[in-house]
Design a protein around this ligand. Structure first.
Ligand code: SAH
Length: 506
């Protein structure tokens, strides 16, 4: 094999090698070099010295499994969940939270420099410190537990072990709300008492597939939805009685999914008790910096009460909330505490005075759009999923917001079409465009049209800093420059990081 050193040629699968972990990969896995070749090892952290078993060898890199921790990194902490390695949901749980934040900030920085080609000096000047959580646990407002039976025929609920469909029994998860535990026990007790079988993926028989739980952080309302391999739930009254003992129970539904698929929810949902939705509120915050608050007081002519809510990292709640109705199918951000900070930053970066026309692309159920609408002249939201657009419209009505319009379609098709039409009919010129695309980033046609429309500002919210870096490079080559940027930790203990960037027209 040309190009490889003698040592590398000799390496083979199952060899045990010693690695010093010096970096972390995009999914939070540790990276250490052996004879110059990088190895990716799940559960290994920066600073660890480990023995790893080679599980896969590629031409210029490899994968390994952590066999023995020789010298643990000084940044290791005792993980608060003993199942975390098997579950795989929290790749960073054994790393101190402070270091997790440092790692995520670094990841965004590296991508902007190496993929986006921005200079270190520019990124460092424009970056504000990552927004972490005061208490990074129990932050998820949604949980989906698969249901199965163990070897003895007992009902188990839990999580799929990483990359498999084996259920690891879990009674509680440190990222989920404490209420999940009571819901799981109530459903299991109901199934046992009434001999309701769990769904078996292999044979396609049995009834209960998943338990979906949603929780409104500001209202304490709980929704439970049982996903069934069928459309009837025997002895439903018994389930309802048991679930209604849990404080906050607001909605109990069944969803029918008879397909042999990994998609959790089927199309049809029936409410069997209570409302078909729960309500949650998102508040707007400002940063507790004198100039921000002063600016806010002037703009709103309000006196802030002394009792406003405040976080340790300096966000102050200053505004009335927007209400959202959430049904089992709705897309809704999973970390409501951080979402408030993220949206508050989006609004701050958008720099609205009340007159602007704003486009919110990839708007989901209109969560950002409705905040923008309160401070803008007009907001147009674009979203591909028609149900989400329906939710956006009804959430606008719920909040008496009349200056937001929503359109169903692909951003890369609708935006160019509107632009062409706008040129003929003198449609309102956008002052600000906000984008919040899925991981693959914005489509080229969408980026081209954004440049053609020449908004004063673009606010880019991203859940993947690699595609963010790629898109920012294109927008900056097309006449924009980075005003400010900030990472927000929406998914604590996982390798994922959200970021938000303000671009201004040069
Ligand atoms: N801004 C929203 C949703 C962001 S998630 C919020 O904060 O809640 C990204 C959204 O983009 C999803 O709702 C997804 O359905 C939508 N989407 C994906 N591809 C799209 C496309 N090509 N055009 C428009 N919307 C798209």
């Amino acid at each position: 094999m040309p190009g490889l050193g003698v040592e590398q040629q000799r390496m083979k699968k199952n060899d045990i090698i010693e690695l010093t972990i010096t970096d972390m990969g995009i999914n939070g896995e540790g990276i250490g070099k052996y004879n110059g070749m990088p190895f990716f090892v799940k559960d290994a952290l920066i600073g660890d010295v480990i023995m790893a078993r080679i599980t896969k060898l590629k031409k210029s890199y490899g994968y390994g499994r952590l066999e023995e921790l020789l010298t643990p990194s000084k940044d290791r902490v005792l993980p608060c969940c003993e199942l975390h390695r098997r579950c795989g949901g929290c790749q960073l749980l054994a790393l101190s939270y402070e270091k997790q934040l440092e790692y995520k900030q670094q990841k965004v920085r590296n991508n902007l420099i190496h993929i986006g080609g921005f200079s270190e000096a520019e990124i460092d000047e424009k970056t504000e410190p990552i927004v972490g959580m005061d208490s990074p646990y129990r932050y998820r407002n949604k949980a989906q537990f698969p249901v199965g039976e163990d070897k003895n025929g007992e009902i188990v609920t839990g999580f799929y072990a990483a990359r498999t469909h084996n259920i690891i029994p879990v009674e509680d998860c440190p990222l989920g709300v404490a209420e999940n535990k009571a819901v799981l026990s109530a459903v299991k007790a109901y199934m046992k008492a009434n001999r309701i079988p769990a769904y078996d993926e292999v044979t396609g028989t049995g009834l209960v597939r998943h338990i979906l739980i949603r929780y409104g952080f500001t209202t304490n309302e709980i929704m439970v939805c049982l996903v069934l391999n069928g459309s009837m739930l025997p002895e439903a009254d018994d389930l309802i009685t048991r679930l209604c003992r849990i404080e906050g129970m607001t909605s109990i539904c069944i969803n029918c999914n008879i397909k042999n698929t990994n998609v959790i929810l089927g199309e049809k949902t029936i409410t069997i008790w209570g409302q078909p939705f729960i309500t949650d509120y998102i508040h707007l915050w400002r940063r507790d910096e004198d100039h921000c608050l002063e600016e806010h007081r002037r703009a709103e002519s309000v006196e802030l009460s002394n009792e406003y809510r405040k976080t340790a990292d300096g966000f102050v709640q200053v505004d009335n909330a927007i209400a959202y109705h959430i049904s089992p199918q709705s897309f809704y951000q999973v970390n409501p505490v951080q979402t408030e900070k993220l949206y508050s930053l989006a609004l701050e970066y958008a720099g609205l005075t009340g007159k602007e026309t704003v486009w919110d692309l990839y708007c989901g159920i209109g969560t950002i759009s409705l905040f923008l609408a309160k401070k803008a002249g007009k907001v147009y939201g674009v979203e591909i999923v028609s149900q989400a657009v329906e939710d956006a419209k009804s959430n606008a009505r719920l909040n008496h917001i009349e200056n937001a319009e929503f359109f169903t379609g692909k951003a890369e098709e609708l935006l160019p079409a509107f632009y062409a039409k706008g040129q003929q009919e003198d449609m309102l010129h956008p002052d600000v465009i906000v984008v919040d695309p899925p991981r693959k980033g914005c489509d080229q046609a969408c980026l081209d049209t954004m440049l053609a429309m020449q908004p004063e500002r673009i606010v880019y919210v991203s859940c993947d800093s690699a595609t963010l870096a790629r898109d920012l490079r294109f927008l900056c080559d097309g006449g924009y420059e980075i005003g400010r940027l900030r990472a927000v930790d929406q998914f604590c203990h996982t390798g994922h990081v959200e970021s938000i960037v303000k671009l201004v027209r040069k």
